[in-house]
Design a protein around this ligand. Structure first.
Ligand code: ADQ
Length: 486
């Protein structure tokens, strides 16, 4: 158990609650508990320590009373309590779609040209962060640990301090932190940086993100002193002492490996293999997002088919795109672009009995995803920029026979941890990626095994339970001076 002290409960705040809340065909609310890695890892801690999860339930309907009752009913058996932060339609539009997804998301992923720096968005961001702070303040006691997640809630600690809350507060940024030259374009650059300094601990996915953050501090805030080395550094800024840690997020390795070996998944995997005789399956799995570099990947696959004709009829790319944020015009246009490219490439290369790209646009059941991870000889994970990228880690966890090649973008946070076993590529370099596809295709069984073993051993060691533990130890100020592996 984590040494947080006997009386400290854990208060987790994230933009969304770990539930899926939707109306069924009869108009009744249906609620399903979340099943992601973060929930899996935090549930034991919340159960042991007692705790509360605070977030937006995802709906903007006016029947908030209803939602509270439903949440209350749904969490009666759950090991932690839930407090919803309701948002109005305007708040959702300006805070969530606006500031979070039209400013911070593109800017922090180096897509500055997609930003809309609308001052109304900033007002909504401040107001919603204040709203979260009020709910947290009402739910917490002075000794509790407050752990805030991600870019939607960077100003929560600042708002809590204004309310006189002095508890320890930690923040984890799931997305990258941009280089100083990009960050300074943000009209609210100083307000956000100062707000972040109200946390006691800021966690980043990779060293590059912490390095960028420190560069921004040095450029924009005077008299910054950085002390220490290793996983957690200390920034001294005026009278503030803020710890800056690198904690690469992960998944539940053992659960993925165990479920990948299940009878259902094994049967489905055999079926998928039987459908592709004498062919290698290359798998791409990405949320619909311009940061994932899906069109570039398709063009690079096409390039590989042109440069290495022996790949034709011998490889099939299964590209799964998980629907996401389709209400935003950029995302809708991206979907159209992907579909046109798939059509064009298939039109150019298809032969009787072979279609080069199988395109899937939907969410999958977990077992279906696992079966594809198990069936694919090669995973092609080439985001243009990514905080971590869990697909890369999940793929390796499911390679229970220790075969399989991971082609991974240098610009995914995961690259710093997985550099030894993966084939690292610059996703903008069409030659480098097509070479890597060919190299993976022709790689000996021995080399595949030796690389996959390294990957699996790193991911197994630094799993999601390690991540929660490392963050919380650092939050309460315990020594975490080990060398940074990510
Ligand atoms: P995402 O950008 O969503 O996460 P990623 O880390 O790859 O990216 O996670 C995607 C998740 O979706 C995986 O857990 C995967 O299993 C799931 N998934 C993929 N395909 C699916 C399908 N077809 N059906 C159902 N589920 C599917 C953000 C950041 C990342 C960071 C994570 C965690 O952008 O950089 O790694 O948060 O911090």
């Amino acid at each position: 158990m984590l040494p947080l002290g006997p009386q400290k409960s854990l208060i987790v705040a994230s933009n969304r609650l770990p539930f899926v809340l939707e109306r069924d065909a009869s108009g009744e609310w249906r609620i399903e508990p979340g099943s992601g890695g973060l929930v899996t890892a935090l549930v034991p801690v919340l159960r042991d320590r007692g705790g509360i999860w605070i977030g937006w339930p995802g709906s903007v309907e006016s029947d908030e009373g209803d939602i509270e009752q439903i949440l209350e009913r749904a969490t009666r058996r759950s090991p932690y309590q839930v407090r919803p932060v309701p948002l109005t339609e305007e708040e959702r539009d300006n805070f969530y779609y606006g500031f979070s997804n039209e400013i911070i998301w593109p800017l922090f992923h180096d897509f500055q040209t997609l930003c809309t720096f609308d001052p109304e968005y900033w007002k909504a961001y401040e107001a919603v962060n204040r709203k979260f702070a009020r709910v947290i303040a009402a739910a917490s006691r002075p000794d509790d640990l407050i752990w805030v997640h991600d870019y939607h809630l960077m100003s929560v600690a600042c708002e809590l301090r204004c309310l006189g809350i002095s508890s320890r507060m930690g923040f984890f940024l799931h997305i990258p932190f941009p280089p100083v030259d990009l960050y300074v374009k943000l009209p609210w650059r100083l307000a956000i940086l100062s707000a972040l300094l109200d946390y006691d601990l800021i966690g980043f996915q990779a060293q590059r993100d912490r390095r960028n953050f420190i560069h921004c501090l040095r450029a924009l805030v005077k008299n910054v002193k950085i002390e220490g080395r290793g996983r957690v550094l200390t920034a001294l800024v005026g009278d503030r002492k803020v710890r800056l840690g690198v904690f690469p997020i992960s998944m539940d390795f053992q659960a993925f490996a165990r479920d990948a070996a299940s009878e259902d998944v094994t049967r489905r995997c055999q079926q998928l293999r039987a459908d592709l005789p004498d062919r290698q399956l290359i798998l791409g799995v990405d949320r619909l997002d311009y940061t994932k570099g899906i069109p570039d990947k398709l063009k690079e696959f096409r390039h590989a088919l042109i440069r290495f004709p022996e790949l034709r009829e011998r490889v099939t790319l299964v590209q799964v795109v998980v629907p996401s944020r389709e209400e935003i015009p950029e995302y809708y246009d991206l979907k159209t672009e992907i579909e046109q490219l798939v059509g064009r490439i298939n039109g150019e290369f298809t032969q009787p009995g072979w279609i080069p790209i199988q395109y899937v646009y939907r969410s999958w059941e977990r077992n279906e995803l696992l079966a594809y991870y198990r069936a694919a000889e090669i995973a092609l994970v080439t985001p243009l920029k990514d905080g971590m990228n869990l697909v890369a880690k999940e793929y390796c966890a499911c390679r229970i026979d220790e075969s399989g090649v991971l082609i991974l973008s240098e610009f995914a946070g995961a690259a710093s941890q997985l550099a030894e076993g993966a084939l690292l590529v610059n996703p903008y370099d069409v030659y480098r990626v097509s070479d890597a596809i060919y190299r993976a295709f022709t790689m000996s069984a021995e080399e595949r095994r030796s690389r996959m073993r390294k990957l699996r051993s790193t991911i197994a060691r630094y799993d999601i339970f390690w991540w929660v533990d490392a963050f919380l130890k650092a939050e309460v100020g315990l020594d975490t001076s080990e060398r940074v592996s990510g």
